[in-house]
Design a protein around this ligand. Structure first.
Ligand SMILES: [Mg+2]
Length: 342
């Protein structure tokens, strides 16, 4: 059984590798860095230094810091807002909007649904998928993991494609961590996705509510098709198809499923980094999946691994291996204390 800390370091290291190639094309990447990509490199468009992980890893850690507050999902949102208020080098558009829309009413959890409404129900970016591994890292398992993945995602990304992609991903991680073979784990995770009534979960959590009845209707009208699309992209990913490494959630999911089935850590992560476009996010999701498979992060990547932002609870200069253990332990203790009490 892989240790959560090792999974966390894996996703951070993969993200930090992808920081240099984000938004570049494969041709430009090959011309600048060569055909192999096995060390942190300069060249991030957001100014991340070699070894610095981007918003994807930062928001995983922000989720952990928020969970440690013991205030449920409102605590997670508060931690996201603290991260955003410290002006990170990169923030996804829908994430920023979702966090801003309820800024003056921080107890409200429906900013993601409001942002989805404002965008004409069009936004299905990967900004929830990229950070949802936190639900598994926090120790949620089984049906509770599926529910947590849905809610954490919809805090900023309420489109059912985003929500169900995340429910699949965390169930996939759980099945892989339990030792299931890759394709069997994916099949089991699709079963978890099919059995979850995510809309019910989001209503119960207050993510869909009185103020977001249009979003509720749109979710209801689209959830069946969304599940079918996730299923189709998981299957094509299992066959090795990578349609695109764009920021569209289903492209990211398919690419991650395709890359992360290979033999070892580098064989999974390196193609995601070399593929460019939203390479840091694809690599980050690959890092989470291969970590759950029990593949270890190459040790040479660990001494320089950092997060490329300072905010309350984290300092940009901190070495990940020195400070992530505490962050993770405090968050997991808080969640275990909450869920085990009567
Ligand atoms: Mg990023």
């Amino acid at each position: 059984m892989p240790e959560p800390l090792d999974v966390l370091l894996s996703l951070c290291a993969a993200d930090a590798l992808g920081a240099a190639t984000e938004f570049k094309s494969p041709d430009v990447i090959q011309a600048r860095y060569g055909a192999a990509f096995r060390a942190y490199q300069p060249g991030s468009v957001f100014g991340f230094a070699p070894g610095e992980a981007t918003d994807d890893s930062q928001m995983v850690v922000a989720t952990l810091l928020g969970a440690a507050r013991g205030e449920g999902h409102a605590g997670v949102l508060a931690a996201f807002r603290e991260w955003l208020a410290a002006a990170p080098p990169d923030v996804g558009g829908l994430t920023r909007q979702a966090l801003r829309l309820t800024f003056t009413e921080p107890q409200r959890l429906d900013g993601g649904a409001l942002a989805w409404e404002r965008g004409g129900f069009d936004g299905a970016g990967n900004g929830g998928l990229m950070r949802v591994a936190a639900a598994w890292l926090l120790g949620h398992r089984g049906a509770a993991l599926a529910r947590e993945a849905a809610v954490l995602t919809a805090l900023t990304h309420a489109d059912p494609r985003c929500v169900y992609a995340s429910v699949f991903l965390t169930a996939f991680m759980e099945a892989l961590a339990d030792g299931q073979a890759y394709a069997a784990a994916a099949q089991a995770a699709l079963g978890v996705m099919d059995s979850l009534d995510a809309r019910d979960v989001l209503v119960e959590a207050g993510v869909l509510g009185l103020h977001t009845q249009d979003a509720h209707r749109a979710f209801r009208g689209r959830e069946r098709e969304a599940r079918a699309q996730v299923r189709a992209r998981v299957r094509s990913g299992l066959d090795g198809t990578v349609t695109s490494q764009s920021g569209y959630v289903l492209d990211t999911l398919e690419a991650a499923v395709a890359h992360a089935r290979r033999a070892d850590w580098w064989a999974c992560v390196e193609p995601a980094v070399l593929g460019g476009d939203d390479s840091d996010t694809v690599a980050c999701v690959v890092g989470a999946v291969v970590g759950a498979r029990g593949l270890s992060t190459p040790p040479e990547l660990l001494p320089e691994l950092r997060l490329g932002h300072s905010w309350p609870g984290w300092d940009r200069g901190w070495i990940a291996t020195q400070h992530l253990p505490n962050v993770l332990a405090r968050a997991a203790r808080s969640v275990a204390g909450t869920t085990s009490s009567p």
